[in-house]
Design a protein around this ligand. Structure first.
Ligand code: HEM
Ligand SMILES: *[C@@H]1O[C@H](CO)[C@@H](O)[C@H](O)[C@H]1NC(C)=O
Ligand SMILES: *[C@@H]1O[C@H](CO)[C@@H](O)[C@H](O)[C@H]1NC(C)=O
Ligand SMILES: *[C@@H]1O[C@H](CO)[C@@H](O)[C@H](O)[C@H]1NC(C)=O
Ligand SMILES: *[C@@H]1O[C@H](CO)[C@@H](O)[C@H](O)[C@H]1NC(C)=O
Ligand SMILES: *[C@@H]1O[C@H](CO)[C@@H](O)[C@H](O)[C@H]1NC(C)=O
Ligand SMILES: *[C@@H]1O[C@H](CO)[C@@H](O)[C@H](O)[C@H]1NC(C)=O
Ligand SMILES: *[C@@H]1O[C@H](CO)[C@@H](O)[C@H](O)[C@H]1NC(C)=O
Ligand SMILES: *[C@@H]1O[C@H](CO)[C@@H](O)[C@H](O)[C@H]1NC(C)=O
Length: 550
């Protein structure tokens, strides 16, 4: 029945490349991976996450209040300044979002840091730390600005600091020994320092608004921040900065600026006699390869107690938005989507079938269920060498006495016919503790400068489980003093039984939860946890965004 489809073949090749034998096969769901994978790969279109929008195209500026700045350069610089205070021998610092607390320091001049962090809060969640979002922001910057030539492998799991860290971001007036020591502390030798600075200073520039002693403040409506670009292509992640340096083109203010004291790029690029910068100038590909390696290390510099995940690859077949509604006539309506990766070889008559299994593992009466797609259910990447996906949705009705437990996904495409079983166990879908989508809603009010966020929830609970506690747990976003970033405080409320649904084997539980937070805040989610003599059941990380407003 099964021939290996080409997308699986690609996955196998990719897995073989990553590392020798250390990659465990992915099975869905994975609390460490799934949310970050969606932000990383669902750029634009159906179910888009939208972080990559900020830097697409490379010269985009979401905050259009001022010209002469762009998000890509600011996000990238934000990641470096967050990392630059690391002490790798001591295992302290790195990408940990401490930059959010350090914006008033002279070594962090400018609006870029708070504006980046403020933008990033919308992507923070209980499963995507600010530190991970800062790393993703830098990854998207260089991906977009190189149109996919610099693809940094992404690992997740960074943790947010709850306060500021030590000082130590390099400043342009410091001498070469000071810079060499600072980069050594960050884990980079002289050669790597040269590479990293060249990779950093290929987009954006120096702003008179922030550094009037380096570049002049100009009176130009098209350049209100008075930026002088590092090279002739400020919105292209290319080797111009190296080429122009080697050719003595005087554009880079940190190499040839009028103020000799602040010519840090000049001193650094010559620190090995000009060897590496010449090689970076000679070959565009060598420049990109050098940057990919060094920037991956930069983003993976984390405190010693943080364990990063494996590299997050695109998941080939990923369930999404699974919901079950208990009906009064003794049935349950099961609906959901599967996201399927595109490799450019899909036939127009591709068929996706959901093999839904009952609580006891048999096929349910309506199985297999045809899952459908339509125009508008695709999600696209903003730049090359990133995947696209198509979503397929399905819905079916199952008697509550039969119930559901998992499903397999069969894909018939041209000559191939593949059934994915999620490593043999099927894709799990439990009907024990299930939020009722139509009778759950959210509310957003602005009683003050803060927003009041409310969730009113209805959950169906299977009576045979004899739970004595059904709880809603919300990772409540909490503002912190000194940073625009948020932290999450898991907060539980008990849900009360309000109704037994006769003839279905289910009862309904209701409850509500409100919290205040500055601004609109991060991605809101909730977990459900029920416990009783037969055990504990969890249904975690449902997004508030999946429900209507009350
Ligand atoms: C000795 C080391 C470094 C020094 C002294 C330095 C200094 C500076 C200065 C003074 C600016 C101007 C900022 C502004 O006016 O807004 C700047 C911009 C920038 N730096 Fe560095 N930098 C160093 C290393 C790095 C590294 C390693 C990276 C990243 C890998 C990096 C990324 C950037 C980026 C992307 C910008 C442009 C920001 C924008 O246009 O908004 N820098 N740097
Ligand atoms: C820095 O380390 C790299 C290996 O990562 C090595 O190739 C290079 O020679 C080293 N440079 C210096 C100055 O030690
Ligand atoms: C050059 O930069 C240094 C360090 O920021 C500053 O102290 C000095 O005043 C600057 N010189 C000029 C002429 O702007
Ligand atoms: C750039 O200037 C240096 C120092 O004056 C000189 O040695 C080098 O030949 C110049 N490079 C070019 C391409 O003109
Ligand atoms: C039961 O109700 C659901 C929802 O209203 C409906 O879709 C389904 O067809 C009904 N089934 C039967 C057997 O009446
Ligand atoms: C993704 O979609 C874009 C836009 O249609 C297309 O240009 C690109 O080639 C696609 N990439 C893949 C890997 O299919
Ligand atoms: C927030 O909204 C909830 C539900 O509407 C309400 O009960 C609560 O009083 C509100 N809190 C504030 C501070 O406005
Ligand atoms: C950035 O925001 C924080 C938190 O509101 C604030 O304490 C800090 O002063 C701001 N920094 C700048 C440079 O505006
Ligand atoms: C599910 O959520 C509960 C409550 O927040 C938490 O205690 C539990 O660790 C979570 N389980 C997983 C697998 O994420």
């Amino acid at each position: 029945m099964t021939s290996i489809s080409s997308s699986w073949a690609i996955l196998i090749i990719v897995l073989a490349i990553i590392a020798n034998g250390v990659v465990a096969a992915y099975t869905w769901p994975d609390a460490q991976i799934d949310q970050l994978e969606s932000i990383l790969y669902q750029h634009s279109g159906y179910r888009q996450y939208g972080l990559a929008f900020g830097v697409s195209p490379c010269n985009n500026m979401a905050n259009a209040l001022e010209t002469g700045r762009d998000d890509s350069a600011e996000w990238f610089r934000t990641a470096y300044h967050d990392m630059a205070t690391a002490d790798v021998l001591a295992g302290i610092g790195g990408i940990d979002a401490s930059i959010g607390f350090e914006t008033d320091r002279p070594e962090n001049k400018g609006k870029a840091f708070n504006e980046s962090v403020s933008f990033f809060t919308a992507f923070q969640s209980a499963r995507s730390s600010m530190a991970d979002v800062i790393a993703l922001g830098a990854l998207f910057s260089v991906g977009s600005c190189s149109n996919g030539e610099v693809i940094i492998p992404f690992r997740g799991g960074r943790r947010d600091a709850l306060g500021s860290g030590p000082t130590g971001v390099p400043q342009p007036e410091e001498d070469l020994d000071t810079h060499t020591a600072a980069f050594a502390r960050q884990g980079f030798n002289v050669t790597e320092m040269i590479g990293l600075v060249a990779c950093g200073h290929t987009i954006g520039g120096v702003h008179g608004e922030n550094f009037p002693e380096i570049v002049p403040v100009v009176n130009d409506m098209n350049n209100q921040a008075s930026r002088q670009d590092f090279d002739g292509s400020f919105d292209n992640f290319d080797n111009s900065v190296a080429k122009q340096f080697v050719a003595n083109t005087t554009q880079n203010p940190l190499a040839f600026g009028h103020n000799e004291t602040t010519r840090s790029d000049f001193r650094i690029f010559n620190a090995d006699g000009g060897n590496l910068i010449r090689r970076m100038a000679e070959s565009q590909q060598f420049f990109w390869d050098t940057c990919t390696t060094l920037l991956e290390r930069m983003l993976n510099t984390v405190p010693k107690d943080v364990q990063l995940t494996d590299v997050i690859q695109p998941i080939q077949i990923k369930p999404n938005n699974l919901f079950i509604t208990v009906n009064s006539n003794g049935t349950e309506t099961v609906s959901g989507e599967v996201r399927i990766i595109e490799d450019g070889t899909t036939f127009s008559n591709r068929e996706v079938l959901i093999h839904l299994k009952s609580r006891t593992g048999e096929a349910v009466p309506s199985s297999p269920i045809l899952a459908r797609t339509q125009d508008g259910m695709q999600v696209y990447a903003f730049y090359n060498n990133m995947p696209n996906f198509t979503f397929y949705s399905f819905t079916t009705t199952v008697p509550t006495g039969i119930g559901v437990s998992s499903f397999d996904v069969q894909i018939k495409d041209g000559d191939t016919d593949t059934t994915s079983t999620n490593g043999g166990q099927g894709f799990p879908i439990q009907d024990v503790l299930i939020v009722q989508q139509a009778s759950t809603c959210t509310r957003l009010e602005f009683p003050s400068t803060k927003s009041n966020n409310t969730l009113e929830i209805t959950v169906a609970v299977r009576d045979d489980m004899e739970f004595d506690s059904v709880r809603l747990v919300v990772p409540k976003p909490v503002n912190m003093i000194g940073t625009l970033s948020l932290r999450f405080e898991p907060t539980a409320v008990d849900l009360g039984k309000v109704q037994t649904l006769d003839g279905t084997g289910y009862s309904l539980y209701k409850g509500s939860f409100s919290f205040l937070v500055d601004a609109v805040g991060p991605m809101k989610t909730f977990d459900l946890v029920a416990s009783g003599p037969k055990g504990v059941v969890q249904n975690n990380f449902t997004r508030w965004a999946e429900f209507n407003f009350c």
